[in-house]
Design a protein around this ligand. Structure first.
Ligand code: C2E
Ligand code: MG
Ligand code: MG
Ligand code: MG
Length: 296
Protein backbone atom coordinates (compact mmCIF):
# COMPACT_ATOMS: atom_id res chain seq x y z
CA UNK A 1 0.00 0.00 0.00
CA UNK A 2 1.36 3.35 -0.99
CA UNK A 3 -0.38 5.10 1.79
CA UNK A 4 0.46 5.54 5.44
CA UNK A 5 -2.25 4.83 7.95
CA UNK A 6 -4.40 7.44 9.58
CA UNK A 7 -3.16 10.59 7.91
CA UNK A 8 -3.01 12.46 4.69
CA UNK A 9 0.48 11.63 3.59
CA UNK A 10 1.14 9.61 0.52
CA UNK A 11 4.41 8.17 -0.56
CA UNK A 12 4.72 9.14 -4.16
CA UNK A 13 6.08 6.48 -6.41
CA UNK A 14 7.52 8.00 -9.52
CA UNK A 15 7.46 4.92 -11.67
CA UNK A 16 4.65 2.59 -10.75
CA UNK A 17 1.32 3.58 -9.35
CA UNK A 18 -0.39 0.21 -9.55
CA UNK A 19 -4.11 -0.07 -10.05
CA UNK A 20 -4.95 -0.94 -6.48
CA UNK A 21 -2.95 1.95 -5.10
CA UNK A 22 -4.55 4.26 -7.58
CA UNK A 23 -8.00 3.03 -6.68
CA UNK A 24 -7.52 3.45 -2.95
CA UNK A 25 -5.87 6.79 -3.57
CA UNK A 26 -8.90 8.12 -5.43
CA UNK A 27 -11.25 6.44 -3.01
CA UNK A 28 -9.67 8.20 -0.07
CA UNK A 29 -9.61 11.56 -1.85
CA UNK A 30 -13.20 11.08 -2.96
CA UNK A 31 -14.37 10.05 0.47
CA UNK A 32 -12.78 13.10 2.05
CA UNK A 33 -14.51 15.23 -0.54
CA UNK A 34 -17.77 13.42 0.09
CA UNK A 35 -17.78 14.60 3.69
CA UNK A 36 -17.12 18.20 2.69
CA UNK A 37 -19.55 18.23 -0.22
CA UNK A 38 -22.42 16.63 1.67
CA UNK A 39 -22.45 13.55 -0.53
CA UNK A 40 -22.99 11.32 2.45
CA UNK A 41 -26.58 10.72 3.37
CA UNK A 42 -28.36 8.79 6.07
CA UNK A 43 -31.26 6.57 5.15
CA UNK A 44 -33.65 5.38 7.83
CA UNK A 45 -35.29 1.99 8.09
CA UNK A 46 -38.20 1.52 10.50
CA UNK A 47 -38.46 -1.15 13.16
CA UNK A 48 -42.03 -2.33 13.52
CA UNK A 49 -44.04 -3.77 16.39
CA UNK A 50 -45.57 -7.01 15.12
CA UNK A 51 -48.68 -6.56 17.29
CA UNK A 52 -49.61 -2.98 16.45
CA UNK A 53 -47.83 -2.48 13.12
CA UNK A 54 -46.48 0.77 14.49
CA UNK A 55 -42.99 2.15 14.11
CA UNK A 56 -41.15 1.67 17.38
CA UNK A 57 -37.69 2.65 16.24
CA UNK A 58 -35.40 3.13 13.28
CA UNK A 59 -31.91 2.34 12.13
CA UNK A 60 -29.77 4.94 10.38
CA UNK A 61 -27.84 3.45 7.45
CA UNK A 62 -25.25 5.43 5.57
CA UNK A 63 -25.23 5.95 1.80
CA UNK A 64 -22.72 7.69 -0.41
CA UNK A 65 -24.27 9.61 -3.24
CA UNK A 66 -21.26 9.52 -5.53
CA UNK A 67 -21.32 11.86 -8.55
CA UNK A 68 -20.17 9.13 -10.95
CA UNK A 69 -21.01 5.84 -9.26
CA UNK A 70 -24.46 6.72 -7.95
CA UNK A 71 -25.62 5.46 -4.54
CA UNK A 72 -22.83 3.48 -2.95
CA UNK A 73 -23.71 1.02 -0.17
CA UNK A 74 -21.82 1.04 3.14
CA UNK A 75 -20.24 -2.37 2.65
CA UNK A 76 -18.27 -0.87 -0.21
CA UNK A 77 -16.73 2.03 1.65
CA UNK A 78 -17.10 1.62 5.43
CA UNK A 79 -14.33 -1.03 5.61
CA UNK A 80 -12.10 1.33 3.66
CA UNK A 81 -13.05 4.25 5.91
CA UNK A 82 -12.07 2.12 8.88
CA UNK A 83 -8.77 1.18 7.38
CA UNK A 84 -7.80 4.78 6.68
CA UNK A 85 -9.13 6.26 9.90
CA UNK A 86 -11.64 8.38 7.99
CA UNK A 87 -14.31 6.53 9.95
CA UNK A 88 -13.63 8.80 12.93
CA UNK A 89 -14.81 11.88 11.08
CA UNK A 90 -17.60 10.04 9.30
CA UNK A 91 -18.73 8.53 12.58
CA UNK A 92 -18.97 11.97 14.19
CA UNK A 93 -20.98 13.20 11.26
CA UNK A 94 -23.35 10.22 11.54
CA UNK A 95 -23.93 10.67 15.27
CA UNK A 96 -24.49 14.38 14.97
CA UNK A 97 -26.82 14.02 11.98
CA UNK A 98 -28.91 11.33 13.65
CA UNK A 99 -29.26 13.19 16.95
CA UNK A 100 -30.04 16.50 15.25
CA UNK A 101 -32.59 14.86 12.96
CA UNK A 102 -34.31 12.90 15.71
CA UNK A 103 -34.56 15.99 17.93
CA UNK A 104 -36.01 18.02 15.06
CA UNK A 105 -38.62 15.34 14.34
CA UNK A 106 -39.62 15.28 17.99
CA UNK A 107 -39.81 19.08 18.11
CA UNK A 108 -42.10 18.91 15.09
CA UNK A 109 -44.48 16.63 16.92
CA UNK A 110 -43.53 13.31 15.39
CA UNK A 111 -43.62 10.30 17.73
CA UNK A 112 -40.45 9.99 19.81
CA UNK A 113 -38.57 6.82 18.89
CA UNK A 114 -35.03 5.57 19.44
CA UNK A 115 -32.86 5.73 16.34
CA UNK A 116 -29.84 3.50 16.13
CA UNK A 117 -26.44 3.95 14.58
CA UNK A 118 -23.94 1.23 13.75
CA UNK A 119 -20.60 1.25 15.50
CA UNK A 120 -17.82 -0.75 13.94
CA UNK A 121 -15.99 -3.08 16.27
CA UNK A 122 -12.81 -1.12 16.64
CA UNK A 123 -14.55 2.25 16.92
CA UNK A 124 -16.54 0.82 19.77
CA UNK A 125 -13.30 0.11 21.60
CA UNK A 126 -11.96 3.63 21.27
CA UNK A 127 -11.92 5.83 24.34
CA UNK A 128 -13.12 9.01 22.60
CA UNK A 129 -16.36 7.39 21.60
CA UNK A 130 -17.86 8.09 25.04
CA UNK A 131 -16.88 11.75 25.03
CA UNK A 132 -18.05 12.10 21.42
CA UNK A 133 -21.47 10.74 22.19
CA UNK A 134 -21.99 12.76 25.33
CA UNK A 135 -20.87 15.97 23.57
CA UNK A 136 -23.26 15.38 20.72
CA UNK A 137 -26.16 14.60 23.06
CA UNK A 138 -25.45 17.79 24.93
CA UNK A 139 -25.16 19.84 21.78
CA UNK A 140 -28.32 18.50 20.18
CA UNK A 141 -30.33 18.24 23.40
CA UNK A 142 -31.64 14.83 22.39
CA UNK A 143 -32.84 12.74 25.31
CA UNK A 144 -30.23 9.93 25.49
CA UNK A 145 -32.88 7.22 25.59
CA UNK A 146 -33.63 7.98 21.94
CA UNK A 147 -30.11 7.15 20.82
CA UNK A 148 -29.22 3.53 20.27
CA UNK A 149 -25.88 1.98 19.42
CA UNK A 150 -25.74 -1.20 17.36
CA UNK A 151 -22.63 -3.25 17.92
CA UNK A 152 -21.78 -6.51 16.26
CA UNK A 153 -22.01 -9.63 18.35
CA UNK A 154 -18.46 -10.37 17.24
CA UNK A 155 -17.14 -7.18 18.84
CA UNK A 156 -17.98 -8.62 22.27
CA UNK A 157 -15.33 -11.26 21.79
CA UNK A 158 -12.55 -8.76 22.40
CA UNK A 159 -11.14 -7.53 25.71
CA UNK A 160 -13.94 -8.41 28.11
CA UNK A 161 -13.10 -6.06 30.97
CA UNK A 162 -12.93 -3.12 28.65
CA UNK A 163 -16.16 -4.02 26.85
CA UNK A 164 -18.08 -4.36 30.09
CA UNK A 165 -16.72 -0.99 31.22
CA UNK A 166 -17.79 0.70 27.99
CA UNK A 167 -21.24 -0.85 28.13
CA UNK A 168 -21.60 0.34 31.71
CA UNK A 169 -20.71 3.86 30.59
CA UNK A 170 -23.36 3.66 27.87
CA UNK A 171 -25.87 2.59 30.50
CA UNK A 172 -24.88 5.51 32.76
CA UNK A 173 -25.31 7.86 29.84
CA UNK A 174 -28.79 6.47 29.30
CA UNK A 175 -28.41 5.39 25.70
CA UNK A 176 -29.63 2.06 24.36
CA UNK A 177 -27.45 -0.76 23.04
CA UNK A 178 -28.32 -3.57 20.69
CA UNK A 179 -26.39 -6.56 19.42
CA UNK A 180 -26.42 -6.58 15.63
CA UNK A 181 -26.36 -9.68 13.40
CA UNK A 182 -26.95 -11.86 16.43
CA UNK A 183 -26.35 -15.57 15.95
CA UNK A 184 -23.42 -15.20 13.60
CA UNK A 185 -20.74 -13.93 15.96
CA UNK A 186 -19.97 -17.21 17.71
CA UNK A 187 -20.36 -15.87 21.23
CA UNK A 188 -21.30 -18.69 23.55
CA UNK A 189 -24.64 -18.61 25.22
CA UNK A 190 -23.16 -18.55 28.70
CA UNK A 191 -21.00 -15.60 27.68
CA UNK A 192 -24.12 -13.64 26.84
CA UNK A 193 -25.23 -13.80 30.46
CA UNK A 194 -22.56 -11.26 31.34
CA UNK A 195 -24.38 -8.76 29.19
CA UNK A 196 -27.70 -9.09 30.93
CA UNK A 197 -28.78 -5.59 31.92
CA UNK A 198 -26.11 -4.11 29.69
CA UNK A 199 -27.63 -4.85 26.32
CA UNK A 200 -31.19 -3.86 25.54
CA UNK A 201 -31.89 -5.68 22.30
CA UNK A 202 -30.80 -8.70 20.26
CA UNK A 203 -31.15 -8.29 16.52
CA UNK A 204 -31.56 -11.73 14.95
CA UNK A 205 -29.41 -11.96 11.86
CA UNK A 206 -31.05 -12.01 8.46
CA UNK A 207 -29.61 -15.45 7.60
CA UNK A 208 -31.97 -17.03 10.15
CA UNK A 209 -34.96 -15.01 9.00
CA UNK A 210 -34.24 -16.03 5.40
CA UNK A 211 -34.63 -19.67 6.36
CA UNK A 212 -37.92 -19.37 8.24
CA UNK A 213 -40.74 -21.31 6.68
CA UNK A 214 -44.07 -22.91 7.48
CA UNK A 215 -42.57 -26.34 6.93
CA UNK A 216 -39.35 -25.85 8.88
CA UNK A 217 -37.46 -28.48 6.96
CA UNK A 218 -34.21 -27.56 8.69
CA UNK A 219 -33.91 -26.23 12.24
CA UNK A 220 -34.09 -22.52 11.46
CA UNK A 221 -37.46 -21.98 13.08
CA UNK A 222 -36.25 -23.77 16.18
CA UNK A 223 -33.02 -21.76 16.42
CA UNK A 224 -34.91 -18.51 15.90
CA UNK A 225 -37.33 -19.53 18.65
CA UNK A 226 -34.35 -20.25 20.90
CA UNK A 227 -32.91 -16.79 20.32
CA UNK A 228 -36.28 -15.18 21.05
CA UNK A 229 -36.67 -17.17 24.27
CA UNK A 230 -33.11 -16.47 25.28
CA UNK A 231 -33.63 -12.74 24.80
CA UNK A 232 -36.75 -12.86 26.90
CA UNK A 233 -34.95 -14.78 29.60
CA UNK A 234 -32.17 -12.17 29.65
CA UNK A 235 -34.75 -9.35 29.70
CA UNK A 236 -33.68 -8.15 26.29
CA UNK A 237 -35.91 -7.08 23.42
CA UNK A 238 -35.59 -8.81 20.12
CA UNK A 239 -35.77 -7.53 16.54
CA UNK A 240 -35.85 -9.82 13.51
CA UNK A 241 -33.73 -8.37 10.69
CA UNK A 242 -34.37 -8.68 6.98
CA UNK A 243 -38.00 -9.78 7.06
CA UNK A 244 -39.16 -9.89 3.45
CA UNK A 245 -42.15 -12.20 3.17
CA UNK A 246 -45.52 -12.68 4.80
CA UNK A 247 -44.61 -16.25 5.58
CA UNK A 248 -41.56 -15.11 7.56
CA UNK A 249 -43.67 -12.53 9.36
CA UNK A 250 -46.36 -15.07 10.25
CA UNK A 251 -43.81 -17.55 11.59
CA UNK A 252 -42.15 -14.78 13.62
CA UNK A 253 -45.46 -13.79 15.15
CA UNK A 254 -46.08 -17.40 16.12
CA UNK A 255 -42.66 -17.48 17.74
CA UNK A 256 -43.57 -14.38 19.79
CA UNK A 257 -41.12 -12.07 18.11
CA UNK A 258 -42.44 -8.62 18.86
CA UNK A 259 -40.40 -6.47 16.51
CA UNK A 260 -39.20 -6.72 12.94
CA UNK A 261 -37.19 -4.74 10.44
CA UNK A 262 -37.21 -5.49 6.74
CA UNK A 263 -38.31 -4.81 3.21
CA UNK A 264 -41.75 -6.25 3.98
CA UNK A 265 -42.54 -2.99 5.73
CA UNK A 266 -39.99 -0.59 4.23
CA UNK A 267 -36.52 -0.42 2.75
CA UNK A 268 -34.19 2.15 4.25
CA UNK A 269 -35.48 5.49 2.92
CA UNK A 270 -34.28 9.11 2.85
CA UNK A 271 -35.11 11.30 5.85
CA UNK A 272 -38.20 13.03 4.44
CA UNK A 273 -39.70 9.76 3.35
CA UNK A 274 -39.07 8.29 6.76
CA UNK A 275 -40.71 11.30 8.45
CA UNK A 276 -43.83 10.64 6.38
CA UNK A 277 -43.87 6.98 7.44
CA UNK A 278 -43.46 8.00 11.06
CA UNK A 279 -46.23 10.57 10.79
CA UNK A 280 -48.62 7.94 9.43
CA UNK A 281 -47.64 5.52 12.14
CA UNK A 282 -48.88 7.85 14.89
CA UNK A 283 -51.15 6.22 17.36
CA UNK A 284 -54.62 6.83 16.08
CA UNK A 285 -57.29 7.62 18.65
CA UNK A 286 -59.64 4.71 18.43
CA UNK A 287 -63.24 5.71 18.30
CA UNK A 288 -65.56 3.23 19.94
CA UNK A 289 -66.81 0.79 17.37
CA UNK A 290 -70.39 1.37 16.38
CA UNK A 291 -72.78 -1.20 17.56
CA UNK A 292 -74.13 -3.23 14.75
CA UNK A 293 -77.78 -2.68 14.23
CA UNK A 294 -79.42 -5.61 12.70
CA UNK A 295 -81.93 -4.69 10.12
CA UNK A 296 -84.70 -7.18 10.10
P1 C2E B 1 -26.66 -3.95 9.36
O1 C2E B 1 -26.41 -2.98 10.45
O2 C2E B 1 -26.92 -5.36 9.76
O3 C2E B 1 -27.86 -3.34 8.53
C1 C2E B 1 -28.86 -4.08 7.92
C2 C2E B 1 -28.64 -4.20 6.44
O4 C2E B 1 -29.66 -5.04 5.89
C3 C2E B 1 -28.78 -2.88 5.67
O5 C2E B 1 -27.90 -2.92 4.57
C4 C2E B 1 -30.23 -2.92 5.21
O6 C2E B 1 -30.46 -2.11 4.07
C5 C2E B 1 -30.36 -4.36 4.88
N1 C2E B 1 -31.74 -4.82 4.94
C6 C2E B 1 -32.74 -4.38 5.72
N2 C2E B 1 -33.87 -5.05 5.53
C7 C2E B 1 -33.61 -5.96 4.57
C8 C2E B 1 -34.40 -6.97 3.92
O7 C2E B 1 -35.58 -7.17 4.19
N3 C2E B 1 -33.77 -7.74 2.99
C9 C2E B 1 -32.46 -7.56 2.67
N4 C2E B 1 -31.92 -8.35 1.73
N5 C2E B 1 -31.69 -6.62 3.26
C10 C2E B 1 -32.26 -5.83 4.20
P2 C2E B 1 -26.93 -1.70 4.25
O8 C2E B 1 -27.64 -0.41 4.49
O9 C2E B 1 -26.35 -1.95 2.91
O10 C2E B 1 -25.82 -1.82 5.36
C11 C2E B 1 -24.97 -2.92 5.39
C12 C2E B 1 -24.12 -2.90 6.62
O11 C2E B 1 -23.22 -1.79 6.59
C13 C2E B 1 -24.91 -2.73 7.91
O12 C2E B 1 -25.42 -3.97 8.33
C14 C2E B 1 -23.85 -2.18 8.83
O13 C2E B 1 -23.08 -3.22 9.39
C15 C2E B 1 -22.98 -1.36 7.90
N6 C2E B 1 -23.34 0.06 8.05
C16 C2E B 1 -24.39 0.72 7.54
N7 C2E B 1 -24.39 2.00 7.91
C17 C2E B 1 -23.31 2.16 8.71
C18 C2E B 1 -22.77 3.25 9.44
O14 C2E B 1 -23.30 4.36 9.45
N8 C2E B 1 -21.61 3.01 10.18
C19 C2E B 1 -21.03 1.78 10.22
N9 C2E B 1 -19.93 1.62 10.97
N10 C2E B 1 -21.53 0.73 9.53
C20 C2E B 1 -22.65 0.91 8.80
MG1 MG C 1 -27.21 -2.54 12.13
MG1 MG D 1 -27.75 -6.44 11.12
MG1 MG E 1 -24.97 -6.66 8.89
Amino acid sequence: RAKSKGNNNYQIYTSSLDAETYKSFTLETDLRKALKLNQLELYYQPKICTNTNQIIGAEALIRWNHPEWGMVNPNEFIPFAEETGLIVEIGKWIKETVCTQNKAWQDNGLPAIPISINLSAHRFMEKEILADISNILQKTQLDPKYLEIEILESSLLDNETMILAILDEFKKMGIRVSLDDFGTGYSSLSYLQKFKGRIDTLKIDRTFINGLSRKDSDSTNFITKMIIDLAQHLHMDVVAEGVETNEQLEVLKELNCNAIQGYIFSKPVPAEEFAALLQNSKIKVETAPKEEVKVT
